[in-house]
Design a protein around this ligand. Structure first.
Ligand code: HEC
Length: 106
């Protein structure tokens, strides 16, 4: 491989690799993918959330679940809750759970 080709290739590889280094923004992902049903505050007081009777994500019933349990619901789905395992990486789901923990009623 000549040097210029190598330089171009390296740059390309770097650009491809960059998103993997940036920590996922759980708050932003939650806002874009989850609020339609769960609401920005996690209370589930949206038309879709009320119709499906989603639990308040701030409640003890949800907050007392372990990260692993929440990961399973988010990645694998449950009832009418869509599975996000194909769209979201483990790191994305982890970041969302960190966000869900911050919703907890103080
Ligand atoms: C189409 C509406 C909808 C969307 C969008 C949605 N959810 Fe849900 N979610 C539900 C429903 C309905 C349940 C209840 C599932 C059940 O218990 O049968 C649920 C349950 C949950 C639970 C478990 C709480 C419990 O009931 O114990 C978590 C955590 C959760 N959702 C997180 C998320 C996250 C994070 C996203 C975005 C990536 C998301 N949801 C997007 C409808 C939705």
């Amino acid at each position: 491989m000549n040097r210029r080709l190598f330089a171009v290739f390296s740059l390309f590889a770097l650009v491809l690799a960059l998103p993997a280094f940036a920590a996922p923004d759980g708050t932003a992902i939650f806002k874009s993918k989850c609020t339609s049903c769960h609401g920005a505050d996690g209370a589930g007081q949206t038309p879709a959330g009320k119709m499906m009777k989603v639990k308040d994500l701030r409640s003890d019933a949800v907050q007392k679940q372990t990260d692993l349990e929440l990961t399973k619901v988010i990645s694998g789905g449950k009832g009418k809750m869509p599975a996000y395992g194909k769209q979201l990486s483990t790191a994305d789901v982890q970041a969302i759970i960190v966000h869900i923990r911050t919703l907890k009623a103080k």
